[in-house]
Design a protein around this ligand. Structure first.
Ligand SMILES: [Zn+2]
Length: 280
C-alpha cells in the first residue's frame, strides 16, 4: 500500500503533467470508487474547471479544482493514477482495471487523460465542496516532515495510554502517512522493539525515534518510493527505495548491522520484521 513517500512521489510527478489542465469530461467505469458523490454530481462539479494545485496530506492526494472544490484520492492497496496522452497509441489500450477517467485539456491544449486504475477496488475518491468538508474527510495528525511534528509532540503522543509503539505509529490520527513499511524501518533505525509500550520510552529513545521517522521518510522520497508490487509514480516508473530497506520484507534474512536473523512477528495486527539483537 502506498505510504507517505509513495503518495508524495506521485504528487510531484503528476503535478508536472496535469497542473493548470482543464477537465473536459469524466467517465466513471466503476461507481463504487466514488465514496460520497454520484458520477453525475462529480461531472457537474469538475467539468470546465481547472486543476489549480496538487497537495498531499498523509496518504491522501488532493486535487484543488479551482473555484469548485477538492477531489480527494486514497489509493489504498492497488490504486494508481496514470496520465495517458490522446489519442491513445494503438499499443496502449485502457487498462482493464481502470475505474475513473478524467479527460483533460492541457495548458498547451494537448489532450490527455488521467486514469484512476485500481485492481482490488479498495481505493476511493471523495469530493469536498470546501475546506471545511475537506478537513472532515482528511482528518489526520500532523505531517511527520512538517515543523508541527516535534520530538515533544511525539513524546506527548507516546506517553498516553498503553498501546505498543507500532500501533501508535500506524495511527493516522496521531501521525499522518506512516504505514507498515516505514513504521518497521523507523523502529529499526531507532533500535526500538516494535512491541514495547509507547509510554515506557525514555526521552532519549523518543528523540531517536523522531529522527528515524523523518530520515526514513526523507530517504524514501529521495528514492522515488518503495515498489513491491503495484506502486508506480505519476509517470509509470517504479520506486527505488526497496533496494535500501533494512527490515521490511526481509524476515529470516541477516541484519545488515549485526548479522542476526531478522524475526517476523505480529504486532498491532500487522506482520512486523525486526532485529532481536539491535532492537530492544
Ligand atoms: Zn541487528
Amino acid at each position: 500500500m502506498p505510504e507517505l513517500p509513495e503518495v508524495e512521489t506521485i504528487r510531484r510527478t503528476l503535478k508536472a503533467q496535469i497542473l493548470n489542465a482543464s477537465i473536459t469530461g469524466v467517465e466513471v467505469l466503476w461507481p463504487k470508487s466514488l465514496a460520497n458523490i454520484t458520477a453525475g454530481e462529480l461531472a457537474a462539479a469538475v467539468e470546465g474547471q481547472k486543476v489549480s494545485e496538487l497537495c498531499r496530506r498523509g496518504k491522501y492526494l488532493i486535487l484543488d479544482i479551482a473555484g469548485s472544490g477538492f477531489l480527494v484520492v486514497h489509493l489504498r492497496m492497488t490504486g494508481r493514477l496514470v496520465v495517458c496522452h490522446r489519442p491513445r497509441p494503438d499499443d496502449h489500450p485502457v487498462d482493464v482495471h481502470t475505474r475513473v477517467i478524467f479527460h483533460l485539456s492541457g495548458p498547451d491544449s494537448e489532450s490527455r487523460e488521467l486514469h484512476f486504475i485500481d485492481q482490488r477496488k479498495f481505493g476511493r475518491l471523495w469530493w469536498a465542496r470546501d475546506e471545511e468538508q475537506l478537513a472532515s474527510i482528511v482528518d489526520l495528525g500532523p505531517e511527520p516532515l512538517s515543523d508541527d511534528f516535534t520530538a515533544a509532540y511525539l513524546q506527548e503522543v507516546l506517553s498516553k495510554g498503553r498501546r505498543n509503539i507500532k500501533a501508535i505509529l500506524l495511527d493516522q490520527s496521531k501521525i499522518a502517512g506512516l504505514g507498515n513499511i516505514y513504521a518497521d524501518e523507523s523502529l529499526y533505525l531507532a533500535g526500538i522493539h516494535p512491541a514495547r509500550s509507547g509510554s515506557e520510552l525514555t526521552e532519549e529513545e523518543t528523540g531517536r525515534l523522531w529522527h528515524s521517522i523523518r530520515s526514513a521518510l526523507e530517504k524514501a522520497i529521495e528514492n522515488g518510493g518503495t515498489t513491491f508490487r503495484d506502486y508506480a509514480d505519476g509517470e509509470g516508473r517504479s520506486g527505488r527505495n526497496q533496494d535500501f530497506l533494512q527490515v521490511y520484507g526481509r524476515g529470516g534474512q541477516p541484519c545488515y548491522k549485526c548479522g542476526s536473523r531478522l524475526e517476523r512477528i505480529r504486532v498491532a495486527g500487522r506482520g512486523t520484521v525486526f532485529c532481536p539483537r539491535c532492537q530492544i
